[in-house]
Ligand binder design. Sequence first.
Ligand code: URA
Ligand code: SF4
Length: 205
Amino acid sequence: MPESIGFSGHPAQSAGATLATLRAAALECTRCPLAEGRTQVVFGSGRADADLMFIGEGPGANEDASGVPFVGRAGTLLTQLIEGIELTREDVYIANVVKCRPPNNRDPLPLEIAQCAPWLDRQLRLVAPKVVVTLGNFATKSLLETTDGITKLRGREFPFRRGGVDAILVPVLHPSAILRNGGKALADARADFVLIKHRASSLVP
Ligand code: URA
Ligand code: SF4
């Protein structure tokens, strides 16, 4: 099991090696029915010891084809928002609540989320981010265990403890929703990213 692998040497390298081991195991996962329809598991990408971790809903068609989260149009916008606060995708870690594409991009079902949760828990524990950013309504509801909507929650800070992680969580609009709504949604997202950057820097020792 990944947890039993000892940490030695540089902590970041060890976390990276262990995340690689976890990834290799996840790529074979058939724990839930989404395994049947996927092309490949989209585990996550970015820096193994990132201070900032973004969590989306689940892979779409582009991600299912490439194996990398957020690479379609929404992904391009996410990349631009990250670069807008003078970071790159390589500085942060990006993952999804479920790792395999739901058929026709439907919302993941409770059983699928529950079966996939141990992968996300282990990712959270290994990356140990200071700030967790949930992208959109679905990831926010799933991680904050709230029924409040994203328009009410976005840009606010919540304490987040899960999988041994003690962080703050900031919900933001999903990049797909920003693409659909434009204007004010984009301005709101940009403002939320400035807050995220500020919180991540102020929490780094
Ligand atoms: N939308 C998501 O929630 N995740 C992805 O990886 C891509 C699009
Ligand atoms: Fe496994 Fe998660 Fe993919 Fe389901 S969605 S098969 S639990 S990796």
